[in-house]
Design a protein around this ligand. Structure first.
Ligand code: TXA
Ligand code: MG
Length: 321
């Protein structure tokens, strides 16, 4: 058994994906953030298959992907502020947690029995796929539980090498970090997971400065302390050249004999976000034991990059998704 990887330029790609989804199977699809492991969000068995394939230790809610605001309205209740956010940032890397509509056909397993659902309208091929399938797709990142999210089709194929998963190959993901997740509570906007839609962008659009989620149980598995973890130990904020292990640099390259990668030579945080998971995977594959990471500035999308790196560096006893 091995995954079949089909280029999205192949005429048959979408047809094959729709056939598999209609049969209750999972399909890996590219999105602008990371690759997702998608299944029909209205089919309980198909959704259960996602948890099974990922080895997700318990049923955490999944993001439900829609093709447009109209499909979103069939499944979630949007207040004015949520609607404003969706109109401004969709299609794009923003997930909105809203109340599930009473008549929604979503299977309750998608939101793990919660009265809310995380809805996201992705860009490009994923949106075409959902539109042609005609139903929303539940999709977590297409990695096995606790491991680094995939930003290329070959990452997914390697992760699920022992299955016959269909992987749609759309090339490298443009953003490279999972979507920003927000929840509107009255006239407040709470960020459950930072991403490339930044607080400043949300403030500029709505006039409301988003707040960071302030604790009280795990609302999103991306909030588990250990997450996005490579096999190697990860040490952050390495300001002087390490003597052993591997080095993940940011900004001007510093000569080193150690295995190394540079997230962005020009110091671009957007480029660094897109390269983060791929570079971590490559250094991890070199079995260096420890990956030292140069400091990454905390502004804009740097907040999301540092968030993921902190989780990659955290002790591993409590990891998820
Ligand atoms: O960019 C992304 O968001 C990617 C691509 C594939 O779309 N998906 C992704 O899914 O990162 P996943 O399962 O790895 O992360 C989903 C996050 C989890 O932290 C989950 O707890 C949160 O979304 N979530 C989903 N529904 C929720 C809800 N009703 N309330 C709170 N958090 C929710
Ligand atoms: Mg994930």
């Amino acid at each position: 058994m091995s995954p079949s990887v089909i280029k999205i330029t192949d005429q048959q790609a979408i047809k094959s994906a729709i056939a598999a989804l209609s049969d209750g199977q999972c399909v890996a699809m590219p999105t602008e953030t990371v690759y997702g492991l998608a299944a029909d969000a209205t089919d309980g068995e198909a959704v259960a298959r996602i948890f099974e394939m990922k080895g997700r230790p318990r049923f955490n809610p999944l993001i439900c992907h829609v093709s447009d605001l109209e499909m979103a309205h069939q499944h979630g209740c949007f207040c004015d502020l949520s609607k404003q956010l969706a109109t401004a940032f969709w299609p794009g890397p923003l997930t909105l947690v809203v109340a599930v509509r009473e008549k929604s056909a979503l299977h309750p397993l998608v939101s793990a029995g919660l009265p809310t659902v995380g809805l996201r309208c992705p860009e490009g091929l994923a949106s075409t796929l959902i539109q042609q399938f005609g139903k929303p797709l539940a999709a977590p990142s297409a990695n096995r539980s606790g491991r680094i999210s995939p930003t290329r089709a070959d990452h997914v194929a390697a992760e699920f090498h022992d299955t016959n998963l269909l992987v749609l190959d759309g090339g490298p993901c443009e953003r490279g970090l999972e979507s920003t997740i927000v929840k509107v509570e009255g006239n407040r906007i709470v960020v459950l997971r930072p991403g490339s839609i930044t607080a400043a962008m949300i403030k500029a659009e709505t006039g409301v400065m988003p707040e960071d989620y302030a604790g009280g149980g795990i609302v999103a598995p991306g909030m588990m302390t250990s997450h996005y973890a490579p096999d190697a130990t990860v040490i952050l904020n390495c300001k002087s050249p390490p003597e052993t292990g591997a080095w993940l640099q940011f900004g001007e390259t510093v000569a080193t004999k150690l295995p190394h990668r540079n997230l962005s030579v020009s110091g671009s945080l957007t480029e660094a976000a897109a390269n983060l998971y791929g570079h971590l995977k490559e250094l991890d594959a070199m079995n260096a034991g420890t990956i030292f990471v140069s400091p990454i500035p905390l502004g804009g999308i740097g907040i999301a990059i540092n968030d993921r790196l902190r989780r990659a560096a955290a002790p591993r006893h409590n990891h998820d998704t």
